[in-house]
Design a protein around this ligand. Structure first.
Ligand code: NAP
Ligand code: GDD
Length: 325
């Protein structure tokens, strides 16, 4: 399918940004990506997907309102996807102010930039199941009350409500995607699935013997990032902005995810995983389980990849990476 549309993605160098950029390029979009200043190279994900030369990079930072206005003017984007964040929950206790500035105030910055520079553009905000935190219903949906348990969750809640408020105040086409955990071979190494699949590869290839983890009884509703970015795009194709939960409806312990990952290469996780209190969090989200019925019915969105397929894909990618080191 071809289209003459243009899109701007903040967080284009992250896991979701890379998959979303690929999806939009395949749909014929002109894709711009906001590139935050870093001292190291952050384009590895775009390179792995073979799209580094196809995305127009624009300098900017969500903490800098003027840079966002410039990026929006420059990209002439019909659709703006705000994926930029300090996204690691663990770090949010060490850097709560930065997390609030980027994940909370940063959303207001970009909403203001859209309102000032391109009010007709459609807007997507990357909200999160972490906002449910200490869960108030067994299965969480769009009507479940929030109870964040980390500075990250608190900041994201500000971004979520700012998105709802700009939609209601100014009639903007603004949507908040409340996405449950989603993973891929492009996941950052600090998140538990990738830490495990990288660890499995290193143990299998004889580089190390043990893997230290925190709370292995925590449960998450894990899906594949490649499936989830399709939901982001579908939200912006609707006649009105809205809020949607995106989840698989299956929850699994970290322990059982380890069993899948180690089992994929014929190992028993109990011989290798050690629990280390250093990886425990000051306040934990014990369990997340989403109900994506609204997205199923209104967007026609369904997850396409099982956890077993996802973890196998990630272990295989890490085996390839580690064997090349
Ligand atoms: P990620 O891999 O950590 O990517 C985050 C992106 O944000 C990176 O491109 C990063 O740039 C960029 N960024 C950080 N601070 C910035 C700033 N001040 N200005 C501009 N860009 C900045 O995260 P992800 O997994 O792709 O997640 C994408 C979004 O969805 C995030 O907002 C996350 O909070 C949210 N979310 C994720 C999940 C999930 O399970 N993955 C679930 C729900 C919601 P650098 O590469 O330069 O650091
Ligand atoms: N990272 C990590 N490292 N987590 C561990 C470890 C470990 O060694 N051991 C156990 N865990 C547990 C965490 O305590 C948590 O309960 C669970 O594994 C998942 O941790 P992460 O993979 O770090 O993800 P998260 O659920 O905290 O946050 C992710 O999902 C959110 C959506 O619910 C991130 O992608 C957030 O940005 C996203 O919003």
């Amino acid at each position: 399918m071809t289209s003459a549309k243009s899109a701007l993605i903040t967080g284009v160098t992250g896991q979701d940004g890379a998959y979303l950029a690929k999806l939009l390029l395949e749909k014929g979009y002109a894709v711009s990506g906001l590139l935050a200043r870093r001292s190291t190279d952050t384009l590895w994900r775009l390179r792995e997907l073979g799209i580094a030369d196809d995305v127009q990079l624009v300098d900017g930072d969500v903490a800098d309102l003027a840079s966002l206005i410039r990026a929006i003017r420059h990209s002439k984007a019909d659709e703006i996807y705000n994926l930029a964040a300090q996204s690691f929950v663990g770090t949010s206790w060490q850097q709560p102010v930065l997390t609030a500035q980027v994940d909370g105030v940063g959303v207001i910055n970009i909403l203001e930039a859209v309102r000032l520079a391109s009010p007709e553009s459609r807007f997507y905000q990357a909200s999160t199941s972490e906002m449910f935190g200490l869960i108030q219903a067994e299965k969480q949906d769009e009507k479940t009350p929030f109870y964040p348990r980390s500075p990250y969750g608190v900041a994201k809640l500000m971004g979520h409500w700012a998105t709802v408020n700009y939609r209601e105040s100014f009639g903007m086409h603004a949507s908040s995607g409340i996405l449950f955990n989603h993973e891929s071979p492009l996941r950052g190494i600090e998140f538990v699935t990738r830490k495990v699949t990288d660890g499995v590869a290193r143990i299998k290839l004889g580089k190390v013997k043990k893997l230290a983890l925190g709370n292995i009884d925590a449960k998450r509703d894990w899906g594949f990032a490649g499936d989830y970015v399709k939901a982001m795009w579908l939200m912006l194709q609707q006649p009105e902005g809205d809020d949607y939960v995106i989840a698989t409806g299956v929850t699994t312990t970290v322990r059982d995810m380890c069993e899948l990952a180690f089992g994929h290469v014929g190992l028993d996780y109990r011989d290798h995983v050690e629990v280390d209190p250093r990886y425990m969090r000051p306040a934990e989200v014990d369990v997340l389980l989403g109900n994506a019925a609204k997205a199923n019915n209104k967007l026609g969105w369904y997850p396409e990849t099982s956890l077993k397929e996802l973890i196998s894909m990630m272990v295989e990618a890490d085996l390839r990476r580690v064997s090349k080191e």
